[in-house]
Design a protein around this ligand. Structure first.
Ligand code: NAD
Ligand code: MG
Length: 412
């Protein structure tokens, strides 16, 4: 038996396991999908659990993770009773275990456990709802092991797009959760990428769309956390206000669909009803629209390739409705082009840009730097680190650590 095994080349075994696990994801829908949610206590995680709560027959929650919010994780776990729980910040082990009303088969502490859960071959789907570069390893391990990923953690692709897209099966097994990318994905069903002329990615413009540059100087944390259309975690809310979020999403679309970065056009659409548009070479365009509710793209990623019913408000087309578009003001929102430039330069630059942005956002939230310092800090950091190729995830981890160290010394 061992002899026979040894005669099969390891690459073939890996390809076979990837193929069978991608077939696993495309199940006929008669069995509940076995899901792990990484970042279950966050905005995306919570909304996913609400959807699953209303569709318990279709989903089987096998694993949940949170970082430090042990009370919320215990409360969710007591409801869904998954076998496996992870608290990636291990500070409150005892209180957490005392708060559970059942005995899970496995409880792990610390960030390494996330990789094991992501790679667990008994799962059909990993929802990666972690925030920041902390989510990269889980996307990487899940894809490497042949698992399918519903990806909310856009930073995974921003930092490690080159590495992730080189994993066999990437395009079949990575389903976007981000609303714009879900829109693009839905518009592209049944289409060839060769037929696409460009992608129009919409942006609400955030709370400061109509601010003058002078008004931008006095923006407070409270102002920036007040998004007009979406209720999200703090990091993405700040990213949306600086429009770095659109920059990150342009990079995300570039890797997800293998499209040239210059063929992705950001446009302001303040109503957030059209979530993105695909323009084809024959002059025809497809758009996906709906009310601004993250549950719609989340359920699509969870139920794909099927569609499950969802009780969210519908658009009423019989009422007068204004759908408007305007160009992005790249001077007022420099982060969009900072992100585009980073991906054009390639190598480690997107990783540097992402880490600098994470530091800048956190330091703004801590009231250590001003709002208008965010792009300044990112640019200064980008100038410090020179380009080299990214051969492996280890390079990304080193770059992330070094960039954070440096970005934390700036503007003191
Ligand atoms: P959030 O801050 O609300 O939740 C983040 C989750 O990750 C929490 O469960 C937290 O415990 C966990 N976490 C935080 N830091 C961690 C760390 N260092 N290690 C391990 N776990 C950690 O964030 P969110 O708004 O739900 O966003 C999650 C991801 O989805 C982000 O990448 C964001 O850009 C993307 N996204 C969010 C929305 C939205 O509406 N919230 C929309 C589109 C995309
Ligand atoms: Mg988005």
């Amino acid at each position: 038996m061992n002899q026979q095994r040894r005669s099969i080349p390891p690459d073939l075994i890996r390809i076979f396991s990837i193929l069978t696990s991608s077939m696993k994801h495309k199940s006929d829908g008669t069995q509940p999908k076995r899901i792990a949610i990484l970042g279950a206590t966050g905005s995306i995680g919570t909304q996913a659990l609400e959807i699953i709560s209303a569709n318990r027959h279709a989903y089987d929650i096998r694993g949940l993770s949170a970082h430090s919010n042990w009370k919320k994780l215990a409360s969710i776990a007591n409801d869904f009773k998954p076998d496996w729980l992870i608290l990636s910040d291990a500070s409150n082990k005892q209180s957490f275990e005392d708060a559970l009303n059942y005995k899970p088969k496995q409880i792990d502490y610390g960030p390494e456990a996330l990789k094991l859960m992501a790679a667990d071959s008994s799962l059909n789907l990993i929802l990666n709802a972690l925030v920041g570069f902390a989510g990269f390893s889980s996307t990487y391990e899940a894809l490497k092991s042949g698992n399918s990923v519903a990806l909310a953690n856009k930073e995974s692709l921003v930092v490690g797009g080159e590495i992730l897209t080189s994993i066999p099966g990437f395009h079949d097994r990575l389903i976007p959760v981000d609303s714009e990318h879900s829109a693009m994905w839905q518009c592209l069903v049944g289409e060839e990428m060769d037929s696409v002329e460009k992608i129009v990615i919409t942006a609400s413009g955030g709370p400061f769309r109509d601010f003058s540059r002078d008004m931008m100087k006095s923006i407070t944390v409270k102002d920036a956390l007040n998004h007009p259309n979406w209720d999200m975690g703090n990091k993405i809310t700040i990213d949306s206000s600086t429009m770095m979020n659109k920059g990150l999403e342009i990079i995300e679309a570039h890797w997800l669909f293998g499209i040239d970065i210059d063929l992705i056009e950001p446009v302001i659409h303040p109503q957030s009803i059209i979530h993105s548009i695909i323009e084809f070479k024959d002059g025809s365009s497809k758009a996906q629209l709906g009310p601004p509710d993250m549950k719609v793209p989340i359920i699509y990623a969870l139920s794909y390739p099927q569609r499950h019913p969802l009780n969210v408000p519908r658009l009423d087309y019989t009422k007068r409705m204004n759908l408007s578009f305007e160009p992005v003001d790249f001077i007022k929102f420099p982060c969009v082009q900072i992100a585009i430039q980073a991906v054009k330069e390639g190598g480690i630059k997107p990783a540097v840009m992402n880490a600098a942005n994470e530091v800048a956002v956190q330091r703004f939230l801590n009231e250590e730097i001003r709002y208008i310092d965010i792009p300044v800090l990112i640019e200064k950091t980008l100038n410090k680190f020179n380009q080299k190729t990214v051969g492996s995830p280890d390079v990304l981890f080193d770059v992330d650590i070094e960039t954070r160290k440096f970005a934390n010394t700036l503007l003191r």
